[in-house]
Design a protein around this ligand. Structure first.
Ligand SMILES: NC(=O)c1ccc[n+]([C@@H]2O[C@H](COP(=O)([O-])OP(=O)(O)OC[C@H]3O[C@@H](n4cnc5c(N)ncnc54)[C@H](OP(=O)(O)O)[C@@H]3O)[C@@H](O)[C@H]2O)c1
Length: 448
Protein backbone atom coordinates (compact mmCIF):
# COMPACT_ATOMS: atom_id res chain seq x y z
CA UNK A 1 0.00 0.00 0.00
CA UNK A 2 1.32 3.43 -0.87
CA UNK A 3 0.35 6.49 1.09
CA UNK A 4 0.74 10.18 0.27
CA UNK A 5 2.50 10.53 3.61
CA UNK A 6 0.14 13.31 4.60
CA UNK A 7 -3.20 11.65 4.83
CA UNK A 8 -1.94 8.07 5.23
CA UNK A 9 -5.04 7.01 3.40
CA UNK A 10 -5.39 3.29 3.72
CA UNK A 11 -6.78 1.82 0.58
CA UNK A 12 -5.86 -1.81 1.37
CA UNK A 13 -8.76 -4.14 0.77
CA UNK A 14 -11.05 -1.31 -0.21
CA UNK A 15 -11.28 -1.90 -3.89
CA UNK A 16 -11.14 -5.59 -4.59
CA UNK A 17 -11.48 -4.89 -8.28
CA UNK A 18 -9.37 -1.92 -9.29
CA UNK A 19 -11.10 -1.71 -12.64
CA UNK A 20 -14.74 -2.55 -12.07
CA UNK A 21 -17.41 -2.06 -14.70
CA UNK A 22 -18.52 1.55 -14.97
CA UNK A 23 -21.29 2.89 -12.80
CA UNK A 24 -21.51 2.45 -9.08
CA UNK A 25 -19.71 -0.51 -7.65
CA UNK A 26 -19.97 -1.76 -4.09
CA UNK A 27 -16.91 -2.79 -2.16
CA UNK A 28 -18.41 -5.62 -0.11
CA UNK A 29 -16.95 -6.15 3.30
CA UNK A 30 -14.67 -3.16 2.98
CA UNK A 31 -13.97 -1.02 5.98
CA UNK A 32 -14.47 2.71 5.73
CA UNK A 33 -11.34 4.58 4.77
CA UNK A 34 -11.99 8.22 4.31
CA UNK A 35 -9.20 10.76 4.64
CA UNK A 36 -7.45 10.75 7.99
CA UNK A 37 -3.99 11.54 9.29
CA UNK A 38 -3.04 8.70 11.57
CA UNK A 39 -1.73 5.41 10.28
CA UNK A 40 -3.94 3.36 12.56
CA UNK A 41 -6.70 1.13 11.33
CA UNK A 42 -9.96 2.95 10.86
CA UNK A 43 -12.65 2.15 13.42
CA UNK A 44 -16.14 1.88 12.04
CA UNK A 45 -19.51 1.93 13.77
CA UNK A 46 -22.21 -0.03 12.01
CA UNK A 47 -25.77 0.49 13.13
CA UNK A 48 -27.43 -2.63 14.47
CA UNK A 49 -31.12 -3.19 14.16
CA UNK A 50 -32.99 -5.69 16.26
CA UNK A 51 -35.74 -7.48 14.39
CA UNK A 52 -38.59 -9.70 15.47
CA UNK A 53 -37.61 -13.39 15.13
CA UNK A 54 -39.34 -15.28 12.33
CA UNK A 55 -42.31 -17.38 13.56
CA UNK A 56 -41.53 -20.89 14.81
CA UNK A 57 -37.75 -20.56 15.21
CA UNK A 58 -37.65 -21.02 18.95
CA UNK A 59 -37.82 -17.34 19.76
CA UNK A 60 -34.10 -16.35 19.54
CA UNK A 61 -33.56 -12.78 18.43
CA UNK A 62 -31.92 -12.27 15.05
CA UNK A 63 -29.65 -9.27 14.93
CA UNK A 64 -29.42 -7.92 11.43
CA UNK A 65 -26.80 -5.39 10.54
CA UNK A 66 -27.92 -2.33 8.65
CA UNK A 67 -24.73 -1.42 6.88
CA UNK A 68 -23.93 2.24 6.49
CA UNK A 69 -22.67 3.07 3.01
CA UNK A 70 -21.29 6.23 1.47
CA UNK A 71 -20.34 7.32 -2.03
CA UNK A 72 -16.71 7.74 -2.97
CA UNK A 73 -14.86 8.54 -6.17
CA UNK A 74 -11.87 6.34 -6.82
CA UNK A 75 -9.07 6.71 -9.35
CA UNK A 76 -8.77 3.11 -10.46
CA UNK A 77 -5.76 3.46 -12.78
CA UNK A 78 -4.10 5.96 -15.10
CA UNK A 79 -5.74 6.97 -18.35
CA UNK A 80 -8.91 8.62 -19.66
CA UNK A 81 -11.98 10.03 -17.92
CA UNK A 82 -13.41 6.56 -17.22
CA UNK A 83 -10.60 5.80 -14.79
CA UNK A 84 -12.39 7.71 -12.05
CA UNK A 85 -15.24 5.51 -10.78
CA UNK A 86 -18.03 5.95 -8.30
CA UNK A 87 -17.93 3.30 -5.58
CA UNK A 88 -19.91 2.59 -2.44
CA UNK A 89 -17.90 2.13 0.73
CA UNK A 90 -19.25 0.45 3.83
CA UNK A 91 -19.02 1.23 7.53
CA UNK A 92 -19.75 4.52 9.25
CA UNK A 93 -16.47 6.44 9.69
CA UNK A 94 -15.87 7.09 13.40
CA UNK A 95 -13.53 9.97 14.31
CA UNK A 96 -10.55 9.18 16.49
CA UNK A 97 -9.00 11.55 19.02
CA UNK A 98 -8.64 15.08 17.59
CA UNK A 99 -10.68 14.22 14.50
CA UNK A 100 -14.06 15.13 13.11
CA UNK A 101 -16.32 13.26 10.70
CA UNK A 102 -17.68 15.52 7.97
CA UNK A 103 -20.63 14.88 5.68
CA UNK A 104 -19.38 16.38 2.45
CA UNK A 105 -21.67 18.60 0.40
CA UNK A 106 -19.27 19.84 -2.29
CA UNK A 107 -15.71 19.11 -3.45
CA UNK A 108 -13.30 21.06 -5.65
CA UNK A 109 -11.91 19.73 -8.93
CA UNK A 110 -8.37 20.92 -9.57
CA UNK A 111 -6.11 20.87 -12.59
CA UNK A 112 -3.79 18.53 -10.69
CA UNK A 113 -6.65 15.99 -10.59
CA UNK A 114 -6.53 15.90 -14.40
CA UNK A 115 -2.76 15.46 -14.28
CA UNK A 116 -3.10 12.78 -11.58
CA UNK A 117 -5.52 10.79 -13.75
CA UNK A 118 -2.81 10.61 -16.40
CA UNK A 119 -0.14 9.64 -13.87
CA UNK A 120 1.46 13.10 -14.09
CA UNK A 121 0.97 14.20 -10.47
CA UNK A 122 3.38 12.50 -8.14
CA UNK A 123 1.78 13.71 -4.88
CA UNK A 124 -1.18 11.35 -5.26
CA UNK A 125 -0.58 7.75 -4.11
CA UNK A 126 -0.77 5.10 -6.80
CA UNK A 127 -4.30 3.92 -7.69
CA UNK A 128 -6.67 2.74 -6.43
CA UNK A 129 -6.95 5.96 -4.47
CA UNK A 130 -9.55 8.62 -3.72
CA UNK A 131 -8.42 12.04 -4.96
CA UNK A 132 -9.72 15.35 -3.60
CA UNK A 133 -7.83 18.08 -1.77
CA UNK A 134 -10.70 20.32 -0.67
CA UNK A 135 -14.32 20.03 0.33
CA UNK A 136 -17.07 21.71 2.31
CA UNK A 137 -19.68 20.06 4.50
CA UNK A 138 -21.27 19.54 7.89
CA UNK A 139 -19.58 18.13 10.98
CA UNK A 140 -21.44 14.94 11.80
CA UNK A 141 -19.37 13.62 14.73
CA UNK A 142 -16.43 14.82 16.80
CA UNK A 143 -13.70 12.71 18.35
CA UNK A 144 -12.25 12.87 21.81
CA UNK A 145 -10.46 16.08 22.71
CA UNK A 146 -12.06 18.18 19.97
CA UNK A 147 -13.38 21.33 21.58
CA UNK A 148 -13.63 23.93 18.88
CA UNK A 149 -15.83 22.01 16.43
CA UNK A 150 -19.40 20.90 17.11
CA UNK A 151 -21.85 18.60 15.39
CA UNK A 152 -23.68 20.71 12.81
CA UNK A 153 -20.79 23.15 12.14
CA UNK A 154 -20.34 24.07 8.48
CA UNK A 155 -16.66 23.60 7.66
CA UNK A 156 -14.10 23.55 4.87
CA UNK A 157 -11.61 20.68 4.85
CA UNK A 158 -8.13 20.75 3.33
CA UNK A 159 -6.01 17.64 2.67
CA UNK A 160 -3.50 16.23 0.22
CA UNK A 161 -6.02 13.70 -1.09
CA UNK A 162 -9.01 11.56 -0.15
CA UNK A 163 -11.80 14.15 0.02
CA UNK A 164 -13.95 13.14 -2.98
CA UNK A 165 -16.27 11.18 -0.71
CA UNK A 166 -19.63 11.66 0.91
CA UNK A 167 -18.06 11.14 4.38
CA UNK A 168 -14.53 12.08 5.40
CA UNK A 169 -12.52 12.03 8.60
CA UNK A 170 -10.15 14.90 9.17
CA UNK A 171 -8.04 16.28 11.98
CA UNK A 172 -10.10 19.10 13.48
CA UNK A 173 -7.28 21.57 12.78
CA UNK A 174 -7.53 20.83 9.06
CA UNK A 175 -11.10 22.13 9.10
CA UNK A 176 -12.15 25.79 8.96
CA UNK A 177 -15.53 27.22 9.97
CA UNK A 178 -17.35 28.63 6.95
CA UNK A 179 -18.25 32.32 7.06
CA UNK A 180 -21.91 33.24 7.06
CA UNK A 181 -23.38 33.44 3.57
CA UNK A 182 -20.78 31.17 1.98
CA UNK A 183 -22.34 28.35 -0.03
CA UNK A 184 -20.89 24.83 0.07
CA UNK A 185 -19.91 25.22 -3.58
CA UNK A 186 -17.98 28.41 -2.83
CA UNK A 187 -16.42 26.72 0.18
CA UNK A 188 -15.17 23.83 -1.94
CA UNK A 189 -13.82 26.29 -4.51
CA UNK A 190 -11.77 28.40 -2.15
CA UNK A 191 -8.89 26.55 -0.41
CA UNK A 192 -6.51 25.27 -3.10
CA UNK A 193 -6.93 28.08 -5.64
CA UNK A 194 -6.88 30.97 -3.19
CA UNK A 195 -4.15 29.65 -0.85
CA UNK A 196 -1.96 29.07 -3.92
CA UNK A 197 -2.63 32.54 -5.34
CA UNK A 198 -2.23 34.25 -1.96
CA UNK A 199 1.04 32.57 -1.05
CA UNK A 200 2.55 33.33 -4.44
CA UNK A 201 1.44 36.96 -4.61
CA UNK A 202 2.05 37.99 -1.03
CA UNK A 203 4.53 35.54 0.50
CA UNK A 204 6.83 35.13 -2.48
CA UNK A 205 6.35 38.07 -4.86
CA UNK A 206 5.27 40.62 -2.25
CA UNK A 207 3.09 42.47 -4.76
CA UNK A 208 2.95 46.19 -4.06
CA UNK A 209 0.89 49.16 -5.21
CA UNK A 210 1.15 50.14 -8.89
CA UNK A 211 2.95 46.93 -9.91
CA UNK A 212 2.00 44.69 -12.81
CA UNK A 213 1.31 40.96 -12.77
CA UNK A 214 1.03 38.45 -15.62
CA UNK A 215 -1.60 35.82 -14.77
CA UNK A 216 -1.77 32.83 -17.14
CA UNK A 217 -4.90 30.65 -17.25
CA UNK A 218 -6.64 33.80 -16.01
CA UNK A 219 -10.15 32.37 -16.41
CA UNK A 220 -9.37 29.28 -14.33
CA UNK A 221 -9.63 28.71 -10.60
CA UNK A 222 -6.18 30.02 -9.59
CA UNK A 223 -6.31 32.72 -12.29
CA UNK A 224 -9.54 34.21 -10.95
CA UNK A 225 -8.30 33.94 -7.36
CA UNK A 226 -5.05 35.73 -8.27
CA UNK A 227 -6.93 38.47 -10.12
CA UNK A 228 -9.22 39.10 -7.16
CA UNK A 229 -6.31 39.14 -4.72
CA UNK A 230 -4.40 41.61 -6.93
CA UNK A 231 -7.35 43.94 -6.53
CA UNK A 232 -6.77 44.07 -2.76
CA UNK A 233 -3.61 46.07 -3.59
CA UNK A 234 -3.91 49.61 -5.02
CA UNK A 235 -3.49 50.13 -8.77
CA UNK A 236 -2.13 46.72 -9.70
CA UNK A 237 -2.26 46.05 -13.45
CA UNK A 238 -3.20 42.49 -14.38
CA UNK A 239 -2.31 40.99 -17.76
CA UNK A 240 -4.37 37.83 -18.13
CA UNK A 241 -4.06 35.14 -20.82
CA UNK A 242 -7.17 33.13 -21.67
CA UNK A 243 -9.22 31.92 -24.64
CA UNK A 244 -10.96 34.85 -26.35
CA UNK A 245 -14.47 33.67 -25.40
CA UNK A 246 -13.57 34.24 -21.73
CA UNK A 247 -12.25 37.80 -22.05
CA UNK A 248 -15.43 39.60 -21.15
CA UNK A 249 -15.76 37.58 -17.96
CA UNK A 250 -12.17 38.06 -16.83
CA UNK A 251 -12.29 41.77 -17.63
CA UNK A 252 -15.36 42.10 -15.44
CA UNK A 253 -13.45 40.16 -12.80
CA UNK A 254 -10.58 42.66 -12.77
CA UNK A 255 -8.10 41.66 -15.50
CA UNK A 256 -6.83 44.94 -16.96
CA UNK A 257 -5.53 43.50 -20.25
CA UNK A 258 -7.00 40.15 -21.39
CA UNK A 259 -4.81 38.47 -24.02
CA UNK A 260 -5.82 35.65 -26.35
CA UNK A 261 -2.75 33.43 -26.22
CA UNK A 262 -4.20 31.13 -28.87
CA UNK A 263 -4.20 33.67 -31.70
CA UNK A 264 -1.61 36.24 -30.62
CA UNK A 265 1.88 36.24 -29.17
CA UNK A 266 1.28 37.27 -25.56
CA UNK A 267 4.87 38.51 -25.15
CA UNK A 268 4.44 40.97 -28.03
CA UNK A 269 1.02 42.05 -26.74
CA UNK A 270 2.43 42.82 -23.29
CA UNK A 271 5.46 44.66 -24.72
CA UNK A 272 3.12 46.86 -26.80
CA UNK A 273 1.32 47.97 -23.64
CA UNK A 274 4.23 47.90 -21.22
CA UNK A 275 7.57 48.03 -23.08
CA UNK A 276 9.55 47.47 -19.88
CA UNK A 277 7.65 44.26 -19.09
CA UNK A 278 6.00 43.24 -15.82
CA UNK A 279 6.93 43.00 -12.15
CA UNK A 280 5.51 39.55 -11.46
CA UNK A 281 4.86 36.50 -13.62
CA UNK A 282 2.78 33.62 -12.26
CA UNK A 283 3.70 30.65 -14.43
CA UNK A 284 1.49 27.53 -14.32
CA UNK A 285 2.52 26.41 -17.84
CA UNK A 286 6.20 25.43 -17.78
CA UNK A 287 8.23 24.54 -20.85
CA UNK A 288 9.11 27.46 -23.11
CA UNK A 289 6.59 29.74 -21.37
CA UNK A 290 8.87 29.95 -18.32
CA UNK A 291 11.69 31.40 -20.41
CA UNK A 292 9.24 33.86 -21.99
CA UNK A 293 8.02 34.89 -18.55
CA UNK A 294 11.55 35.37 -17.27
CA UNK A 295 12.40 37.58 -20.27
CA UNK A 296 9.27 39.64 -19.63
CA UNK A 297 10.33 40.53 -16.08
CA UNK A 298 11.43 44.06 -15.30
CA UNK A 299 14.61 44.37 -13.22
CA UNK A 300 13.77 43.37 -9.63
CA UNK A 301 10.88 41.33 -10.99
CA UNK A 302 9.81 37.89 -9.74
CA UNK A 303 8.73 34.81 -11.65
CA UNK A 304 6.93 32.05 -9.78
CA UNK A 305 6.80 28.67 -11.41
CA UNK A 306 3.86 26.70 -10.00
CA UNK A 307 2.65 24.25 -12.64
CA UNK A 308 3.35 22.55 -15.95
CA UNK A 309 0.00 22.55 -17.70
CA UNK A 310 1.81 22.31 -21.04
CA UNK A 311 2.41 18.63 -20.26
CA UNK A 312 -1.34 17.98 -20.47
CA UNK A 313 -2.63 17.53 -23.99
CA UNK A 314 -5.58 15.28 -24.74
CA UNK A 315 -7.43 12.81 -22.54
CA UNK A 316 -4.59 10.35 -22.02
CA UNK A 317 -0.93 10.94 -21.30
CA UNK A 318 0.69 12.52 -24.35
CA UNK A 319 4.36 11.59 -24.26
CA UNK A 320 5.22 14.12 -26.95
CA UNK A 321 3.76 17.00 -24.90
CA UNK A 322 5.53 15.72 -21.78
CA UNK A 323 8.87 15.41 -23.59
CA UNK A 324 8.53 18.76 -25.33
CA UNK A 325 7.74 20.56 -22.07
CA UNK A 326 10.67 18.87 -20.37
CA UNK A 327 13.02 19.64 -23.28
CA UNK A 328 12.04 23.33 -23.33
CA UNK A 329 12.13 23.69 -19.56
CA UNK A 330 13.89 26.86 -18.49
CA UNK A 331 16.82 26.66 -16.15
CA UNK A 332 19.21 29.31 -14.89
CA UNK A 333 22.22 29.43 -12.61
CA UNK A 334 22.50 31.68 -9.59
CA UNK A 335 25.23 33.84 -11.12
CA UNK A 336 23.06 34.69 -14.14
CA UNK A 337 20.22 35.50 -11.76
CA UNK A 338 22.44 37.93 -9.91
CA UNK A 339 23.38 39.64 -13.16
CA UNK A 340 19.75 39.79 -14.26
CA UNK A 341 18.47 41.32 -11.00
CA UNK A 342 15.49 38.98 -11.13
CA UNK A 343 14.04 36.34 -8.85
CA UNK A 344 12.81 32.89 -9.83
CA UNK A 345 10.70 31.03 -7.25
CA UNK A 346 8.86 27.74 -7.17
CA UNK A 347 5.61 27.07 -5.36
CA UNK A 348 3.81 23.77 -4.85
CA UNK A 349 1.15 23.47 -2.17
CA UNK A 350 1.30 19.68 -2.46
CA UNK A 351 4.88 19.75 -1.19
CA UNK A 352 4.24 22.30 1.56
CA UNK A 353 4.19 20.10 4.61
CA UNK A 354 3.95 22.88 7.20
CA UNK A 355 0.18 22.98 7.61
CA UNK A 356 0.40 25.91 10.06
CA UNK A 357 1.34 28.14 7.12
CA UNK A 358 -1.62 26.92 5.09
CA UNK A 359 -3.93 27.40 8.07
CA UNK A 360 -2.73 30.97 8.61
CA UNK A 361 -3.43 31.84 4.98
CA UNK A 362 -6.81 30.08 5.10
CA UNK A 363 -7.82 32.29 8.02
CA UNK A 364 -6.73 35.45 6.17
CA UNK A 365 -8.72 34.32 3.11
CA UNK A 366 -11.87 33.56 5.10
CA UNK A 367 -11.65 37.04 6.59
CA UNK A 368 -11.27 38.53 3.08
CA UNK A 369 -14.34 36.55 2.01
CA UNK A 370 -16.31 37.83 5.01
CA UNK A 371 -15.31 41.39 4.04
CA UNK A 372 -16.56 40.81 0.50
CA UNK A 373 -13.09 41.23 -1.04
CA UNK A 374 -12.89 37.79 -2.61
CA UNK A 375 -15.59 35.47 -3.92
CA UNK A 376 -14.97 32.20 -5.74
CA UNK A 377 -16.61 32.07 -9.14
CA UNK A 378 -18.39 28.76 -9.69
CA UNK A 379 -18.28 27.66 -13.29
CA UNK A 380 -20.42 24.54 -12.93
CA UNK A 381 -21.45 21.73 -10.59
CA UNK A 382 -21.56 18.00 -11.34
CA UNK A 383 -22.82 15.09 -9.26
CA UNK A 384 -20.29 12.34 -8.51
CA UNK A 385 -21.74 10.13 -11.24
CA UNK A 386 -20.95 12.91 -13.73
CA UNK A 387 -17.28 13.21 -12.78
CA UNK A 388 -16.19 12.42 -16.36
CA UNK A 389 -18.19 15.39 -17.65
CA UNK A 390 -16.66 17.59 -14.96
CA UNK A 391 -13.11 16.60 -15.92
CA UNK A 392 -13.93 16.95 -19.61
CA UNK A 393 -15.21 20.49 -19.06
CA UNK A 394 -11.94 21.58 -17.51
CA UNK A 395 -9.70 19.64 -19.81
CA UNK A 396 -11.41 20.88 -22.96
CA UNK A 397 -11.00 24.42 -21.66
CA UNK A 398 -14.65 25.34 -21.28
CA UNK A 399 -14.58 26.46 -17.64
CA UNK A 400 -14.59 30.02 -16.37
CA UNK A 401 -13.91 29.58 -12.67
CA UNK A 402 -14.25 26.51 -10.53
CA UNK A 403 -15.73 23.14 -11.43
CA UNK A 404 -17.37 21.62 -8.34
CA UNK A 405 -18.35 17.99 -7.59
CA UNK A 406 -21.41 17.13 -5.51
CA UNK A 407 -21.52 13.82 -3.60
CA UNK A 408 -25.32 13.69 -3.45
CA UNK A 409 -26.91 11.45 -6.09
CA UNK A 410 -28.22 13.12 -9.17
CA UNK A 411 -32.01 13.46 -8.94
CA UNK A 412 -33.76 10.84 -11.05
CA UNK A 413 -35.48 13.33 -13.36
CA UNK A 414 -32.14 14.95 -14.18
CA UNK A 415 -30.70 11.52 -14.85
CA UNK A 416 -33.41 10.77 -17.39
CA UNK A 417 -32.80 14.16 -19.03
CA UNK A 418 -29.07 13.63 -19.24
CA UNK A 419 -29.51 10.09 -20.56
CA UNK A 420 -31.57 11.68 -23.32
CA UNK A 421 -28.82 14.27 -23.91
CA UNK A 422 -26.15 11.56 -23.92
CA UNK A 423 -28.14 9.58 -26.45
CA UNK A 424 -28.53 12.62 -28.70
CA UNK A 425 -24.82 13.33 -28.40
CA UNK A 426 -24.03 9.69 -29.17
CA UNK A 427 -26.30 9.80 -32.21
CA UNK A 428 -24.60 12.95 -33.42
CA UNK A 429 -21.17 11.40 -32.96
CA UNK A 430 -22.25 8.33 -34.89
CA UNK A 431 -23.36 10.61 -37.68
CA UNK A 432 -20.09 12.51 -37.56
CA UNK A 433 -17.30 10.24 -36.22
CA UNK A 434 -14.73 13.00 -36.81
CA UNK A 435 -16.39 15.12 -34.11
CA UNK A 436 -15.12 13.01 -31.22
CA UNK A 437 -11.58 12.95 -32.52
CA UNK A 438 -11.76 16.72 -32.97
CA UNK A 439 -12.76 17.21 -29.31
CA UNK A 440 -10.02 14.90 -28.05
CA UNK A 441 -7.47 16.90 -29.97
CA UNK A 442 -8.63 20.27 -28.68
CA UNK A 443 -5.15 21.25 -27.53
CA UNK A 444 -3.13 24.39 -27.27
CA UNK A 445 -1.21 25.54 -30.33
CA UNK A 446 2.34 24.23 -30.60
CA UNK A 447 4.91 25.72 -28.28
CA UNK A 448 7.64 27.53 -30.08
N1 LIG B 1 1.67 24.58 -7.40
C1 LIG B 1 0.51 24.55 -6.78
O1 LIG B 1 0.45 24.44 -5.56
C2 LIG B 1 -0.74 24.66 -7.59
C3 LIG B 1 -1.99 24.69 -6.96
C4 LIG B 1 -3.15 24.83 -7.74
C5 LIG B 1 -3.03 24.90 -9.13
N2 LIG B 1 -1.80 24.85 -9.69
C6 LIG B 1 -1.64 24.98 -11.16
O2 LIG B 1 -2.36 26.12 -11.57
C7 LIG B 1 -2.85 25.93 -12.88
C8 LIG B 1 -4.34 26.25 -12.88
O3 LIG B 1 -5.02 25.30 -12.10
P1 LIG B 1 -6.61 25.38 -11.85
O4 LIG B 1 -6.92 24.24 -10.95
O5 LIG B 1 -6.97 26.75 -11.48
O6 LIG B 1 -7.18 25.01 -13.28
P2 LIG B 1 -7.96 25.91 -14.35
O7 LIG B 1 -7.15 27.14 -14.59
O8 LIG B 1 -9.37 26.03 -13.99
O9 LIG B 1 -7.73 24.98 -15.63
C9 LIG B 1 -8.47 24.96 -16.77
C10 LIG B 1 -8.18 26.10 -17.74
O10 LIG B 1 -6.78 26.21 -18.02
C11 LIG B 1 -6.56 26.63 -19.36
N3 LIG B 1 -5.53 25.75 -19.93
C12 LIG B 1 -4.25 26.11 -20.24
N4 LIG B 1 -3.56 25.07 -20.63
C13 LIG B 1 -4.37 24.00 -20.61
C14 LIG B 1 -4.22 22.62 -20.93
N5 LIG B 1 -3.06 22.12 -21.34
N6 LIG B 1 -5.29 21.80 -20.79
C15 LIG B 1 -6.47 22.28 -20.36
N7 LIG B 1 -6.67 23.58 -20.04
C16 LIG B 1 -5.64 24.42 -20.15
C17 LIG B 1 -7.91 26.60 -20.03
O11 LIG B 1 -8.38 27.94 -20.10
P3 LIG B 1 -8.21 28.82 -21.46
O12 LIG B 1 -9.34 28.41 -22.34
O13 LIG B 1 -8.31 30.21 -21.02
O14 LIG B 1 -6.88 28.43 -22.00
C18 LIG B 1 -8.81 25.83 -19.07
O15 LIG B 1 -10.14 26.25 -19.11
C19 LIG B 1 -2.50 24.49 -13.26
O16 LIG B 1 -1.29 24.48 -13.99
C20 LIG B 1 -2.26 23.82 -11.93
O17 LIG B 1 -1.43 22.71 -11.99
C21 LIG B 1 -0.67 24.73 -8.97
Amino acid sequence: MKSCGFCSQRMNGLHPDPDPPSGICESPGSTASPFRMSGEEQPTVDTEQEQEPPAGDGGEKVVEQEVFTYRSLVLTGYGGYDKVRLQLKQGRPAPGGGEVAVRVRACGLNFSDLMARQGLYERLPTPPVTPGMECAGLVEAVGEGVEDRRVGDRVLVVAKCGLWQEMVLAPADHTFPMPEGMSYEEGAALPINYVTAHMMLFHMANVRAAQSVLVHMAAGGVGIAATQLCQTVKDVTVFGTASASKHEAIKEGGVTHPIDYRTTDYVEEIRKISPKGVDVVLDPLGGSDTQKGFNLLKPMGTLIMYGSANRLSGQKKNLLAVAKTWYNQFSINALSLMHANKAVCGFHLGYLDDFDLTAQVMNVLLELYAQGKIKPRIDSTYHFEQVSDAMRRMQERHNIGKVVLLPEPKPEEDQKESQKDDKNEEDQKNEDPKEEAKQEDAVKPEES
